[in-house]
Design a protein around this ligand. Structure first.
Ligand code: DC
Length: 235
């Protein structure tokens, strides 16, 4: 482990929604003593703010109104020892518990397709990763945010498996949703993420694909630690 800690690198974890990217990226960060940044939470936080400030009505995103709100949105992460993870704050308000609702999930693709939103958040992400020793998960980390990342993972899983995972997560929190509704949201976000003009989701040429449809987090970790040892031995 001491050797592991010496060579700090940037690890980019990209892929489809509900692939377990955050769970896996968080586990890697805690194993290596790295900082974990969930960039999806940042797009969700902007979406929540837009919903609460009239820039999204009946599910329709008013792009100009979102862009007008941007200068007043300040996003930060603060470590929460109770959760053993960082919570996201917007203008000093902890919004962690409010960004993962189905309402936010349904509107986030529209907000994350706005170029001004992306350039603001990408700049913030680059600033956060400046000191290395970071695991960042998202859609465009290996392609746009850190094209120089030493390790780039691209995670995929069967859409049905992903829908079931998100359904279990939401129902455990008491949200009343149907599996069909979740699967529909997963598929439509895949489409929107891959087909937007600004920074679409795609696998970086040098990214390593990890299909975790049938893998536990422990199996993924074992696979990753081998890769990590190989990469850090080379640099
Ligand atoms: O990872 P997630 O499902 O919480 O992400 C929420 C949305 O944010 C997702 O639909 C796509 C968008 N996103 C993005 O466009 N770029 C990122 N780097 C991270 C997320």
């Amino acid at each position: 482990m001491s050797d592991i800690k010496k060579k700090k690198i940037i690890i980019a974890v990209d892929g489809f929604s509900s692939c377990g990217k955050s769970t896996f990226a968080k586990a890697i960060a805690s194993k290596l003593g790295y900082i974990f940044i969930d960039t999806g939470a940042m797009y969700r936080a902007v979406t929540l703010y837009a919903l609460e400030h009239g820039a999204i009505r009946s599910g329709i995103v008013d792009e100009e109104a979102v862009v007008r709100l941007l200068p007043e949105i300040s996003i930060a992460f603060r470590f929460n020892p109770e959760r053993g993870a960082s919570d996201i704050y917007v203008n000093g308000d902890r919004v962690e518990g409010r960004i993962r609702t189905i309402e936010v999930s349904n509107c986030v693709s529209g907000v994350s397709a706005i170029p001004e939103v992306r350039s603001k958040l990408v700049a913030l992400q680059q600033e956060m990763g400046g000191r290395k020793g970071i695991v960042m998960d998202g859609r465009d980390i290996g392609t746009t945010v850190f094209p120089q990342a030493e390790i780039k993972l691209f995670m995929t899983a069967d859409p049905k498996v992903r829908a079931r995972r998100r359904y279990d997560e939401l129902t455990a929190k008491g949200e009343r949703v149907s599996l069909e509704e979740i699967e529909c949201n997963v598929r439509s976000r895949d489409y929107a993420d891959m087909n937007r003009a600004a920074s679409p989701l795609r696998r970086a040429e040098d990214a390593i694909e990890l299909d975790n449809s049938r893998m536990t987090v422990e199996e993924q970790m074992e696979w990753f630690l081998k890769l990590y040892a190989e990469v850090t031995a080379r640099i």
